[in-house]
Design a protein around this ligand. Structure first.
Ligand code: ZN
Length: 86
């Protein structure tokens, strides 16, 4: 049994955001991209955050504050960019 993904999908990390953060697959929808970026903040995956940041606003580097806590991500609804089947 794997750990639940921090993005709140209810799925295990290995079958949820892990393939995106590892660079194996691109996030297929806006929702999965948003969830994967949240997970990247939780797991302090700065390269993924920078790689998925729009170039027009992306900083040259990113330093995440130490001790920052992430409480959770809620996605009340989606339209057209609905989730993938996992
Ligand atoms: Zn996830």
């Amino acid at each position: 049994m794997s750990d639940l993904c921090p993005c709140g999908s209810g799925h295990g990390y290995e079958r949820c955001c892990c393939p995106f953060l590892d660079g194996r697959d691109p996030a297929p929808t806006a929702e999965t991209l948003m969830r994967s970026r949240y997970t990247a903040y939780v797991r302090r995956n700065v390269p993924y955050l920078l790689a998925t940041w729009h170039p027009s606003t992306r900083p040259k580097s990113l330093a995440l504050a130490e001790g920052l806590g992430w409480q959770g991500l809620g996605v009340p609804a989606t339209a057209k960019g609905g989730g993938r089947t996992i």
